[in-house]
Design a protein. Sequence first.
Length: 268
Amino acid sequence: MSFDPLQAWRLDEEPYYAPQAEELAAFEAAHALRLPVLLKGPTGCGKTRFVEHMAWRLNKPLVTVACHDDLSASDLVGRWLLDAQGTRWQDGPLTQAARYGALCYLDEVVEARADTTVVLHPLTDARRILPLTSCNELLHAHPDFQLVVSYNPGYQGMHKTLKPSTRQRFVGLEFSYPGAGQEAAIVAHEGLVDASLARQLVAVAEQTRRLKEHGLTEGASTRMLIHAASLTRHGLSPRVACLQAITCPLSDDPDLATALAAAVDASF
Ligand code: ADP
């Protein structure tokens, strides 16, 4: 059997994903053209799960990098390492994906340091190259390589944002929280709870999302609802589970915390 350097990034099982609209076909079209894809949407609404599902559907390995404000170009591209045999070059995750032909998903790309755009630009236009200046190599991306990035426009202004010269290289797919019925089905499936509890949790989320007009940065995500649902399976009452999984993490502001607790009390 031949060596598969991306074996660790292959998905064995289909990741459960409930489509919101035409995003499966839209992604497949972008993938056919190997166009870089930008996923926009609030945190915890299913972007990562969508990419995992698409990688499985397309039968492609998936290299995921969670970006943070200390992530530099060399974290993505690679670096020289010193070991007992001397120095050796180690490809970073982006280089591995480009070299061997994987989907590379940069989650919350705006968080990464500005120097990362220098390496993304030649990879995301017709050149599809990655200059590895430190080891004197000009890597031509594998034909199967595709870049996918996500970002949350809700944080725009508070944090950094994507420059037009970067974002104009991508095709965009917009995500938001699923409709109530579908979100309840997702919460029931992922949190392993019955449909009626899932619907009540979604009702709490809808109330919290309305508080955005009152200063809340972001309402409860689908992820938070799944956490609350899962806690109830471990013996917490739905109310306590919501306070723990939703109210407490969402805000430190006492007035907003009171409003969030009222949203929970309205459902339970
Ligand atoms: P994001 O990447 O947008 O921050 P995730 O993809 O990690 O969010 O979603 C958080 C969780 O919510 C997932 O782990 C999954 O359990 C669930 N989820 C959200 N949307 C969907 C969906 N459309 N289909 C299936 N699961 C979903």
